[in-house]
Structure formats: C-alpha cells, structure tokens
Write a protein that binds this ligand. Sequence first.
Ligand SMILES: C[S@@+](CC[C@H](N)C(=O)[O-])C[C@H]1O[C@@H](n2cnc3c(N)ncnc32)[C@H](O)[C@@H]1O
Length: 272
Amino acid sequence: MPLQDADFEFIRGLVHRESGIALGEEKGYLVKSRLAPLIAEKFQTFRSLVQHMRNKPNDPIKHQIIDLMTTNESWFFRDLWPFECMRDFVFPQLAIKKGADHNINIWSAACSTGQEPYSLAMTVRESANSIGGWNTKILATDISPTVLEQAKIGKFTKADTFRGLTAAQQTRFFTPEGNNLVASEDIRSLIEFKQVNLSKTWPRIPQLDVVFLRNVLIYFDMPTKEEIIRKAVRLMNPGAFLFLGGGESMVNIQTDLVPVSYKQNQFYQRAV
Ligand SMILES: C[S@@+](CC[C@H](N)C(=O)[O-])C[C@H]1O[C@@H](n2cnc3c(N)ncnc32)[C@H](O)[C@@H]1O
C-alpha cells in the first residue's frame, strides 16, 4: 500500500500534535505497517484516510491513529536495578524521611500493558521490612486506551511472565488461568489505572514520592521532553525520586533534581 510523502507529512504532523511523538523523516515504513490494519478495515488507501482527517479533524479515528502509532513493548522488572534500588534504597530512605506520614505515592507515567506498575506493586510487597503496613499507591497512566485495558485486566501469558519474574514471584503474586497468569488482588489493589496524555494538559495528580518516566521520553522531541520533565518535577515532593529509561537522560534540561548513583546506574532526586 503506497504512502505518498504529503500523506506521510500529514500523519506525522497529526501524531506530533496529538501525542508529542516525533516521527523522524525515515519513519514512513512505521506509519505504513502500524496503520495497515486501519487502512484495510476502513479506508483502502492512505490518501483516503488523510482526506477523511482533513475533512473531519476531530473524528475519533485520530485517537485510533495515535493508539496504533505507540510502541508498547515492556516487561516485568525491566532492567532490574530500578526495582532493586526501590527496595534497598528508596523505600528505606522514604521510611526515615516521612516520619509519621505513612503515605507513599508512586507514578508509572507510561505504564503500557502493566508490567511496570505490577513490578512496582510486587516491590512494595517485597519491602515489608521498610514500608510494611504503609499506605502505598501506584498511579499507572498511558496515552493508549488499548494497553490500559490490558493492564487493568492483568492477564499475562506464561512467556510474558517468564521474561522477568522468578518462580517464587509467579507463585506469590499470580494465579494460573489456562495458559496465562493473572495478577493477584493483593498487587492489583495498590494500582489505579488512568488515561493521561503526557503531551497535553494533565488531570489532577497527587504530590509524588517516586516517578517512573521510563522508555517514553525517547519518542519526544527536546521541547516536549523538557516540558514533561518540568511538569513532573513540579509534582514531586522535596526529596522525591525520578527514574528514566536506559537511553534517557536530563542532559540540557535545567531542574532542581540532583543525580544519584545506584550500582553504577543513575536516577534523580529532588532537592530536599
Ligand atoms: C515502550 S513503552 C514503555 C513502558 C514502560 N514504561 C517500560 O519502561 O517498560 C512506551 C509507552 O509510552 C506510551 N506513550 C507514548 N506517548 C505517550 C504520551 N504522549 N502520553 C502518555 N503515554 C505515552 C505508549 O503508549 C507506550 O505504552
């Protein structure tokens, strides 16, 4: 199915305006493959999709386009160290710093199909020695309603769960259902799922102690990245922590966050 340059430019502009996702000039192949199901189902050609969107710029199809253009790969305990760091460093520090205030708010800001917030919930449960009995809440958000729906259901294939979970974690936190494993009520009860587009106005989000903003900034251009980080920092309590993904950094972004090292990895803390 051919995609003319002008139609690619139109779709690229729409995706950037609606989601902040910056598609490089070489990403025509990605638009073609990701939107192929939508074209096959409803439009026959890219030209007629673009024509439709020009005539009806607010048609809900635009949300479907954004949904299809997001990259949702995720796995449990991705990179491992951020979760070990939460258990062995962040929670013990918060336990001291918060004194009598036994509330912790965590935000998984691009949660995809849920592996990240469920990994955080398991980490909370595995940190009973520091924050056992505390009121810990995890807000899990994403732009894509499709992945949020999957995340809420909390049903993972065994292949999904083998990628990142120990046998003990599978037994403690999941229930088998056919060929799948379903997240237990115990970890599910810590998480609230909500749709949030990081590149638009955010709904009210409570003050935060930890932000996971991982493997999503890579899709944005510098001004969008900078704006999102600034907004996230404003929501962070003094002394709160920010974790970015492996290829993401704060280079050239001025904030009052200071870098912190954990086993040769870097994350950030808001000045106390
Ligand atoms: C590669 S996944 C990362 C998932 C998880 N944080 C991790 O590290 O495994 C990127 C996620 O960012 C989401 N995303 C992309 N643009 C977004 C936006 N403007 N607002 C909120 N989420 C967005 C996508 O829908 C996708 O689920």
